[in-house]
Design a protein around this ligand. Structure first.
Ligand code: ARG
Length: 440
């Protein structure tokens, strides 16, 4: 009976005695990579079927291993070094010597990155759909409440009036770019490294292209050394999440401002607001603050993995084991915040009268008054200083009204024609929803 059957590590052949418990504790990754199990099982099935097709193992053995793979599950109290070791241990426990044939022509180096790529591909797609969910809620609110008028800001100072629909749509466009980045990350992950082995392939007649096809992956690796050391796809996903969370953070910050007593432009629904353990009157926007806070941590995870990668010699190095926790946490945080913001916007009530009063303070249309003078023939610089002087002297303008000022801005992308934007956004959301999920 080999070490592995007794519960020892996969690589026990060369080294004598057991591992120091502290070394095992430091090197083990099962607590984290257990999430790869269904992806590693799928990749293992594809690998084993290929071994059967290529005559590397018998088709009976291949069929038996594929069947046994379907029964593999994380067992209570498992102490394996990683999920790959757990799978092989359970195959051997189920099938004895037949189970010991599974690893022909493969290494954990190509195995781990294959499972991880499949995980990233599936979760990039989940992120795309969660982002579209938030977009759909923002567009819905723009349709139901979007005629409300508010002063948009520069420098957080009242600038010009816009309809609420135009303001909400601005966030939807930033999320649309996030969807593009998630799609790019999904595509980047969609390459199968299986067959690269430890780093330089195998002398067995493997069929990496067939394995990639069976996994529904867009292609197989083109360089075995690159295949086991490349983690660009993980960085792409971390970056796409970080920037999406930066956008969510800005929305969170806006909810914090708008729901403050100082603004009074909106109120969170009670089921997304939080209270204070001491101050009975408090209704706090903790969800929005967490959206803002999680973006900071997300930027850290992106820089963390880039720093891990920067000095690594080709090819696989154990440092690469650090790639998974940050990506798992990043994706969890992003999915969580997208969901949280969807809930927050869904139940948000807008204080339309307070918003409009801010937009109708007699100053936000100052540019429109100056442009009226330009239409009468005055040079803009003179019109600007005339209106500035009148405001400084205390004059306030009631013409045009904020609504008239909005209606006069009619070019593409302008606030006066926001309903066209909403139609365009609805079409984009429908396109996103119609995307095909990856096969696994
Ligand atoms: N747990 C390892 C990881 O996540 C699997 C690969 C280990 N390979 C090795 N040669 N030690 O990267």
């Amino acid at each position: 009976m080999g070490e592995h059957e007794a519960g020892g590590p996969l690589w026990a052949g060369r080294l004598e005695g057991g591992l120091h418990p502290d070394v095992l504790a430091l090197t083990q990754s099962l607590d984290i990579d257990r999430r790869l199990l269904p992806y590693d099982v799928a990749a293992s099935k594809a690998h084993v079927r290929m071994l059967g097709r290529q005559g590397i193992i018998s088709t009976d053995d291949a069929a038996a291993i594929v069947q046994a793979l379907a029964l593999v599950a994380i067992d209570e109290g498992a102490t394996d070094e990683d999920v790959h070791s757990l799978i092989e241990r359970q195959l051997v426990a189920q099938l004895g010597d037949v189970g010991r044939r599974v690893h022909a022509g493969r290494s954990r180096n190509d195995q781990v990155v294959t499972a991880f790529r499949l995980w990233c591909r599936a979760h990039a797609f989940a992120l795309i759909q969660a982002t579209a969910d938030l977009q759909a809620i923002l567009v819905e609110r723009a349709q139901t409440d979007g005629a409300a008028v508010l002063p948009a800001f520069t420098h957080l100072q009242r600038a010009q009036p816009v309809p609420l629909a135009h303001h909400l749509a601005a966030h939807v466009w930033s999320l649309q770019r996030d969807i593009g980045r998630f799609q790019a990350a999904q595509h980047a992950a969609d390459v199968s490294p299986l067959g690269a082995g430890a780093l330089a392939g195998s002398s067995l007649p493997l069929d990496p292209v067939g394995v990639a096809a069976e996994l529904g992956m867009a292609s197989a690796f083109t360089n075995s050394l690159d295949a086991v050391s490349d983690r660009d796809f993980a960085v792409d996903l971390l970056y796409a999440c970080a920037l999406c969370l930066v956008h969510c953070s800005r929305m969170g910050e806006e909810l914090i401002l708008w729901t403050s007593q100082e603004f009074g432009w909106a109120a969170l629904a009670d089921d997304v607001a939080t209270g204070s353990s001491m101050m009975p009157q408090k209704k706090n926007p903790d969800v929005a603050e967490l959206a803002r806070g999680r973006a900071g941590t997300a930027i850290g995870r992106l820089t963390g993995l880039l720093a891990t990668l920067k000095g690594l010699p080709l090819t696989y190095n154990r440092d690469l084991q650090e790639d998974k926790q940050c990506v798992f946490e990043q994706v969890d945080a992003t999915l969580g915040v997208l969901r949280l913001l969807s809930l927050a916007y869904q139940g948000l009530s807008f204080e339309v009268a307070t918003m409009r009063a801010a937009a109708a303070d007699g100053t936000t249309v100052a540019t429109d008054v100056a442009e009226g003078l330009v239409r009468e023939g005055m040079p803009f610089r003179d019109a600007h200083s005339e209106v500035a002087n009148r405001i400084a002297a205390g004059e306030r303008f009631d013409s045009p009204t904020p609504e008239e000022a909005i209606a006069a801005r009619k070019g593409p992308g302008m606030p006066g024609v926001v309903s066209e934007q909403l139609v365009a956004l609805e079409a984009l959301i429908a396109t996103t929803r119609a995307l095909n999920a990856p096969s696994l």
